[in-house]
Design a protein around this ligand. Sequence first.
Ligand code: ADP
Length: 577
Amino acid sequence: MEMRSRAWGLVSGARRRVDAWARWVPGSFWRWAGSGVLAIAVAVAYFLAARLSFYLKTKPDEIAAFWPAAGVAAGALVGLGPRARLPVAVGVLAASVPANVSGRWSLSTSLVFAVCNVVQVLVIAGLIERYFGSAFRLDSLRQVLGLVVAAMAGTAAAAIGGTVGAVLVEGSTASAMTIWNHWLASNVPGIVAVAPLLIGLVSAVRHPPPRSEIAEGVVALVALIALSGLIVFLPREPLAVVALVALLFPLLLWLGARCRPVFAAAAAFIVAVTIVWTTTFSIGMFDERNFPIAERAPVAQASILAVSLCAIVLASLFSERRESEARLARSNMMLQQEQNNRLMNIDAITGAIAHEIRQPLAGVVMNASTCLRMLANEPPNVEGARDTVRRALRDGNRASDVVARLRALFGKKPIANESVDLNGLASEVIALSSDELQGNRVLLTAEFDNSLPTVVGDRVQLQQVILNLLRNASDAMSTVQDRPRRLLIRTEREEGERVRLTVQDVGVGFNPGAIDKLFQPFYTTKNDGMGLGLSISRSIVESHQGRLWATQNDGPGATFCFSVPCGQRGRADVGAN
Ligand code: ADP
């Protein structure tokens, strides 16, 4: 344990020293170092791929039949994007000369070939960038076909230079057309078989696939390698070819359908290598008895092109399908959510209306029956009846105000933008609910800051918030028997030009775990509750650019506060939330 921590200390010390050193080195150094490493990596890969091609040549005096080096260059540049242009070009140039010289070509021809190879990769990547931007994707059929077309165009152009080099510089005896053809026929399959693998690998490093997909892809690739082994050992019967194709295509389909295109590209690469290998060494079905030497190279090139094209096209088609399925699922989910929200809104609106107008309507009914009683007296108490009718009118107006404001709240309409004195508003609410508070034996204390600035907002909505907080506090104390049911309502200034209103009770309080639920619609612990008061209150306060929150008291009970900016004009419309 101690040794581990000492080792860890050494490692982290070394890392700190490297970090400190790295900070002194300018950023441009790292960029150059990165480019240098990339150029060397491309050069090594290009050289090895080129050497392999020469090694696998079917005729010593020919251009190599399969040129995967072109795929290495194109794959690296298209995969890494335009910023890799210089390092890739330098890498190709540096590797192409020695590779060709060691092939059989003279130094001057090799130089011409090297320039052609650089031009080829720059034309391919340039075309891709021109038509598809710098982020090439193997999961788009258009882009995959674009890669094939760009590979053919770039190679056809570079092959002209290569032909000139072979005929004029090297003095090759083959016809110009044959050389041009060979360049094209060896480079295009090389690009189509190798470039997608590199492009896919770069994208998989940037966005790694899930582990399950990697496992599945690796299993399929191992099966494919085993199948490729069969090519070597199978009897050289025509039926064996049918059996192989029958086994190969389900595997390509499997990879295309269930894994990212990089796996299909890897499969195409494995098949290409197998074909080249068996062709060169005359093993299995591509041996000299099946195909004469002159036919073997074109057959191998056509097979590589066919299998690679088939694999990457299948993979891109399946990827597009998967993507559109995912898009459909996403939009279905959003639709479902939208529908739920609507239903929820309808529920919320009806619930909120019932919740908010219950009290004023009860006031109207109570005042009307008191009025009737007073008029039925002998002699009728006309003065008292007039008072109760006034109170009934007040409650009726309040109910209609509440409905109007609720419509504004849910209906995305602008609401009042008036100057409101919170002290005055709180006093009105206390007066309105005094009967209810007294009935519940609540001892109310008001501590108002007399220097409180006004706020800009909707008085009826803010009144609803305060009323709701008072009513909740009173409800929370309705079962309290062992202590006075004290309720404190306080207003005060806050820093940052804000005012705060606090309602503190000594009731049952709430479960600390439920603090987030309190403000959710339809959360209630009351038998006759609707669970809408706090959620509506919070949206009202937030529409005033304020905040409403709850805390559990140190002693019994809870404290609810809201704070809103004072004297602020032109606040956002409530309906916009
Ligand atoms: P309702 O009053 O219809 O239940 P609210 O949204 O106003 O709806 O309140 C939701 C819940 O929050 C209440 O049921 C109660 O559990 C809790 N709550 C609200 N105020 C208090 C308070 N002062 N003390 C304890 N719990 C409270």
